[in-house]
Design a protein around this ligand. Structure first.
Ligand SMILES: O=C(O)CCC(=O)C(=O)O
Length: 287
């Protein structure tokens, strides 16, 4: 598929409004998970686009990543002039396939709350997503608890491809350092809550989900989805069991019998991380 065909593939679908998809309402006021934001075909087209792009990967100990779009501009220290020797590269536009996904996210209304905060004019339109971080995690890889910080507008929209994952949230301590990727304080090994994230889903963090919590993914080979720690456990378990039945049918295996509506699904589920997960994390870099 060419980039142009991909933009068509990601455009046009009916885009759900976010309001119906709020999760973890008991913990924070603006966290949304839209489970089938991309169809399985769209999700595999997006994953294929990541590899076709032949973008340079930066390999870290616990994952590898690509950076696309406008880099955030770190503030200069008060009283110092910005360095002149090396002019900043011109801001990069997102390529058409990422732009199409960013536009589809914008069509949910996710960015609307940013209009008021980024412009004094009441009729201003929201800023466009202009930055995308692609993370690739293999089983046993993850990302330390961190916050995305003030170099971005306070909103993250992440499309997940491949494997499911468990995203952990840690309430920020008042005296915690404000650095992104800050080391997880050893005294706080347990998250306050977690969200089980489906492949093909869109996760949006805004307001206190962005400002009051760190988020991270444990470097584990499996994870348990169970209430109350996993705030969306029951819904995720139902969808995960449906995916397992569909996968078994695709492979020609005998799937587990269809769920009996009289019998509630299990309260907890162990998920083995056997495949790769790719996340496309879209943000608005402040320039
Ligand atoms: O992979 C994810 O879902 C999280 C990525 C993330 O937190 C980041 O890139 O800052």
């Amino acid at each position: 598929m060419t980039a142009c065909q991909l933009s068509v593939a990601f455009g046009g679908a009916a885009v759900p409004s976010l309001d119906r998809f709020r999760v973890a309402a008991e913990h924070c006021d603006a966290l949304y998970l839209v489970p089938a934001f991309l169809s399985p075909d769209e999700a595999s087209a997006a994953a294929s686009a990541v590899f076709r792009a032949r973008r340079r990967w930066t390999t870290l100990r616990n994952r590898r990543l690509q950076v696309w779009g406008v880099p955030p501009v770190p503030p200069t220290k008060a009283g110092t002039a910005p360095p002149q020797a090396r002019p900043a590269p011109p801001p990069e536009e997102l390529p058409p396939w990422l732009r199409a996904l960013a536009d589809r996210i914008a069509a949910t209304g996710a960015l609307a709350p940013l209009a008021a905060s980024s412009s004094p004019s009441p009729s201003a339109s929201p800023p466009a997503l202009n930055n995308c971080l692609v993370n690739e995690y293999r089983p046993g890889q993850g990302i330390l608890p961190h916050e995305d910080g003030p170099l971005y507008e306070p909103l993250v929209a992440t499309i997940s491809l491949g494997e499911s994952c468990l995203l952990d949230f840690y309430k920020k301590q008042p005296d915690a350092p404000d650095a992104p990727d800050a080391a997880q304080p050893a005294s706080r090994p347990h998250p306050d809550f977690s969200i089980a994230v489906d492949p093909g889903s869109l996760l949006v963090l805004h307001r206190d989900a962005y400002l009051a919590y760190l988020h991270g993914i444990d470097e584990s080979f499996d994870f348990v989805v169970a209430p109350p720690l996993v705030a969306n456990a029951a819904d995720f378990i139902r969808r995960e069991l449906d995916r397992r039945r569909a996968d078994a049918l695709d492979r020609g295996d005998t799937p587990d019998p269809d769920p009996n509506p009289e019998i509630p699904p299990p309260e907890s589920l162990l998920v083995h991380r056997i495949g790769t997960r790719i996340s496309l994390t879209f943000r608005v870099a402040r320039t």
